[in-house]
Structure formats: C-alpha cells, structure tokens
Design a protein around this ligand. Structure first.
Ligand SMILES: *Cc1c(COP(=O)(O)O)cnc(C)c1O
Length: 260
C-alpha cells in the first residue's frame, strides 16, 4: 500500500471518527460534508494509486438515513459539482425520502436492494434506475408496468456466496437478452455486492469477473458505455482498481448504522 493511499485512508477514518471526538451525532451536517469530502478524496487517491483511468462516481448508500439527511447529502454533492446519486435498499425508504431528495435539482435515486414483484409499482414511482435487476422474470414484470424508458443495471453474484442477491454469472446472457428485447428497459450497467473477505486477491478477482462480463456484453451488443457499480466503504479501492465506475458508500460517509 502506498504512502499516499495510507494517508488518505487515515484522513478518511479521521473523518469517520470526528463526530465522536467532537461529541456530535453523526447526522450533523458538518459530518456528512466531511464524510463526502473524505470519500471523494479517497476515490481520487485510489485512482492515482492504481493508475485507474475511468471516472468514478460516488453513490451514497442512504439506507436508514432520514429524508433531511438525504436531501442534505444531495445538496452537498450538487455544491461540489458531483453527480447526485443516492442509492436506496428499500422501496419504502425511497418513497419516504424521494420528495426531499427531488427538491435538489439533478438528483438521481437508484434502487440497490432486492425488488419484490409486489413493490414494482411503488418502486417505479420513486426511483430513476434499478441496479438490482437479477432475473428474466423480473425484467418482464417491470417492463409490463412501464410506459416510458427505464435504465437498469443487472446485478450479478460474482462472489459465489449463497447469501448474495444477483443472477449467477452463467445466467447473465439470458437476463441481458430479456432486457435488450424488452420494450422499455435500457441496459446501462452491472452491479454487484463484493465478496466479504479481507483477502485482496479474492475480492479483486470477483470484481474482475464482473468487469469481464461487462466488457464482453459491451462488445457483443456494440454498446458505447456500461457502468460498473461495485465497491463499498471497506473495499472501494479494490473495486476501483478493477474498473468500478460507481462506488456505493454508506458507512464511510454517514458513520455506523444504528437501525435496520
Ligand atoms: C449498505 C449498502 C452499501 C454501502 O455499504 P457500506 O459498507 O455502508 O458503505 C452498498 N451497496 C449496497 C447494496 C448496500 O446495501
């Protein structure tokens, strides 16, 4: 690990703990701001460290955060000239916060958690993009409910862990076909939740697998751009090294979650 990267990590962790030191709750605006700034610095330091040439957007994973915190975070991203990306795990939480988030012009709400069939209409009413599309059946059901175009990412389980959502790598082609042949869905990228392991080689090879899937599909369908949404607070550096274009960060920006 390079010295620059280590110093960035140290500063990021300082940002994380500053709230406790100052006796402030994590949700104070100053801490969200520091958290976002540190996450952005960490992303840039990592790109330098690994010579990663792709742009990397910070998507805030906002589960359990209040509508006000979500709006605040969205405003901060906007003021920093960053893409305004907020990822929700639960449709209900997306519904509860979407009006506040939408008060910030240019904001995008993504669904990053599993989508049950009975929540599709509610989801479509409040999200701009679904990152967790993981089956042919779900693609068909979502497509049926749409009258306008919707961008989606296909979620792939590249870690092989049973507990993970996402289609198997072997099923990617059939899900891609379903999206491409659908009337309203637009394939815009791939998403995964990485292997839960401290072993760099193992975590990176799972992310590399998603990158190879993305590259292969991009070529076979002659698509110009497909995002790679991978990497979270703990391992975003390894995801960026393997080509992530979007990292989804919760804890490193907002602090530990106390609920849910
Ligand atoms: C919570 C969550 C994240 C962010 O995780 P942190 O470790 O808090 O950064 C990213 N992606 C998904 C799907 C999540 O549920």
């Amino acid at each position: 690990m390079g010295a620059l990267f280590e110093s960035q990590l140290f500063r990021a962790s300082q940002g994380l703990f500053r709230g406790y030191e100052a006796g402030l709750p994590y949700d104070s605006p100053m801490n969200i701001q520091a958290g976002i700034q540190h996450a952005l610095e960490r992303i840039e330091a990592t790109r330098t460290q690994y010579g990663a040439s792709q742009k990397v957007a910070l998507e805030l994973a906002v589960k359990t955060r209040s509508a006000e915190e979500c709006a605040q975070a969205a405003r901060l991203l906007k003021d920093l000239g960053q893409p305004i990306l907020l990822g929700h795990n639960r449709v209900q939480e997306a519904r509860d916060t979407v009006d506040a988030i939408r008060s910030v012009e240019g904001s995008h709400v993504h669904l990053i958690g599993p989508l049950q069939s009975n929540k599709i209409n509610q989801a479509l009413a409040c999200v701009d993009l679904i990152e967790s599309l993981d089956s042919v059946a779900l693609a068909a059901k979502i497509d049926q409910r749409l009258s306008t175009s919707l961008p989606v990412f296909i979620e792939v389980n590249v870690s092989g862990e049973d507990t993970k959502h996402g289609c198997q790598p072997a099923d990617v082609d059939s899900v891609v076909e379903a999206v491409v042949r659908s009337e309203h869905l637009k394939l815009s990228g791939f998403m995964t939740v990485g292997l839960n392991s401290p072993v760099e080689a193992d975590v990176r090879s799972a992310y590399a697998l998603l990158r190879k899937i993305r590259d292969r599909i991009r070529v076979s369908y002659a698509m110009s751009k497909l995002e790679l949404s991978m990497g979270m607070s703990n391992d975003l550096h390894w995801a960026i090294a393997e080509g992530a274009t979007i990292v989804r960060v919760g804890t490193a920006v907002f602090g530990a979650r106390h609920l849910g």
